[in-house]
Design a protein around this ligand. Structure first.
Ligand code: ADP
Ligand code: MG
Length: 401
């Protein structure tokens, strides 16, 4: 890690000091504003505990959803404060404002062992425009800045990047460090064999990641609708499957470039439509009926992909193998998750990136059995594309050793 982390802060930089922590509490809520998945809150606990154990007083900032610069009652962080208190076992006070005298007063009066959570940063007009006035004001809420919001690190917002211009030290939290460490391994020197599994709906948006990974992997296993764009590039019939017509040439180029390293499904699960799962059947990839669509990889493919995963020393996965939201088309995705969990147990480094893939792993109850499940969807892809993340760039450099 080229940036300083909380572990680089001295005792005196933490004891009795307000640590302004940017967390990513952008959790899914149901219609009653109940949290349906608290993985992101849990992921922030190590940093908060680290700070509390050293006598620091965490003042936490986060966004939730897309309120577009004005207060939206259903996107309040209040339910997060409640859940955080349960998980952390410390008093978590919540203030219904962020950039006000009241927030300032509360930040100045937190007691030892207590945590303060401020209201949704995206209720503020200057957050997404990275307004320096807001950044300066947020900076006055803390004595040190700790950015632990990996999932938002690809955005240059006031609470992620701007604030570090006015508040030093500015360091990475433990989650941020862990994300960069694991995802960094994929780009640096992964232990080989290095296997990547890519799926999801579209190739577009992932082309840069595919190209970057192709030069590093021993095998790239493709699933999801993405496979159909490759099938089309091979001249196969894809029926009503989701194909990105304007990416077929790109897919053909990638196949030419990759030699035998890109591996496509041999068999697929097809149905006339998503709500016709009852008549779904397995066909070879060269027999997708004209009036049907591919919604999952087939069982033979799931098995051979599982064997490939078992042969790897590093395995990275992004993108479901099928329409896993529909149980009839979730088997391929489930098989990959299970194969990765088994590989982890044998000492393979397994890394999952992408919001839907992470959700699939969570649904299978296998999060704890992966080496790392990234909390950042878009951020993990941008990182793997080799882009600089503004929320990381803004932090203090670690002095050269
Ligand atoms: P991630 O969020 O992990 O990066 P993506 O967003 O790229 O993954 O892709 C997830 C979506 O791809 C899911 O909503 C899933 O239903 C869809 N998908 C996967 N396979 C297919 C398919 N064969 N046909 C249509 N959609 C698919
Ligand atoms: Mg997604």
């Amino acid at each position: 890690m080229l940036k300083k982390t909380v572990r680089d802060l001295s005792e005196s930089e933490l004891k009795g000091k307000r640590a302004l922590v940017r967390a990513d509490f952008n959790v899914p809520l149901d219609d009653d504003c109940s949290i349906t998945d608290d993985m992101r809150i849990r992921a922030a606990l190590p940093t908060l505990r680290y700070l509390l154990e050293r006598g620091a007083r965490p003042v936490i900032l986060s966004h939730l959803g897309r309120p577009d610069g004005k207060p939206v009652a259903s996107l309040s962080l209040q339910p997060v404060a409640h859940r955080l208190q349960q998980l952390l076992g410390s008093t978590v006070s919540f203030v219904e404002t962020t950039d006000t005298d009241e927030a300032m007063k509360c930040s100045a009066s937190i007691g030892d062992g207590e945590v303060l959570l401020l209201e949704n940063t995206r209720f503020l007009g200057g957050e997404e425009s990275n307004d320096p006035r807001l950044s300066r004001s947020l900076a006055s809420l803390g004595d040190v800045f700790v950015n632990d919001a990996f999932g938002t690190a690809h955005r240059a917002h006031a609470s992620t990047a701007g604030v570090s211009e006015f508040l030093r030290p500015a360091v990475a939290g433990l989650l941020m460090e862990r994300e960069i460490d694991y995802l960094g391994r994929v780009l640096a020197t992964p232990e080989t064999p290095f296997i990547a599994i890519l799926g999801g709906a579209k190739i577009s948006g992932k082309i840069d990641v595919i190209e970057r990974l192709l030069s590093r992997v021993d095998a790239m296993l493709i699933g999801g609708a993405m496979a159909c764009t490759f099938f089309r590039a091979m001249g196969l019939e894809t029926g009503k499957s989701l194909v990105e017509e304007d990416r077929v040439d790109m897919a053909r180029q990638l196949l030419g470039q990759a030699g035998t390293r890109i591996i496509l499904p041999h068999d697929v699960l097809v149905a006339p439509s998503l709500d016709n799962a009852g008549v779904a059947r397995v066909v070879p990839r060269n027999s997708i009926p004209h009036e049907q669509a591919m919604f999952d990889i087939g069982p033979a493919t799931a098995e051979s992909y599982s064997r490939a995963i078992a042969s790897g020393r590093t395995v990275f996965w992004n993108g479901p193998m099928g329409v896993f939201e529909t149980p009839a088309f979730a088997k391929g995705t489930g098989a990959i998750a299970a194969a990765m969990a088994a590989a982890t147990a044998r000492g393979t480094i397994t890394i999952v990136g992408g919001g839907d893939s992470a959700a699939a792993v969570a649904e299978a109850g296998l999060v704890e059995r992966m080496s790392h499940v990234s909390t950042g969807g878009g951020a993990s892809l941008e990182f793997l594309e080799g882009k600089k993340l503004p929320g990381v760039e803004a932090l203090d450099d670690r002095p050269a050793a």
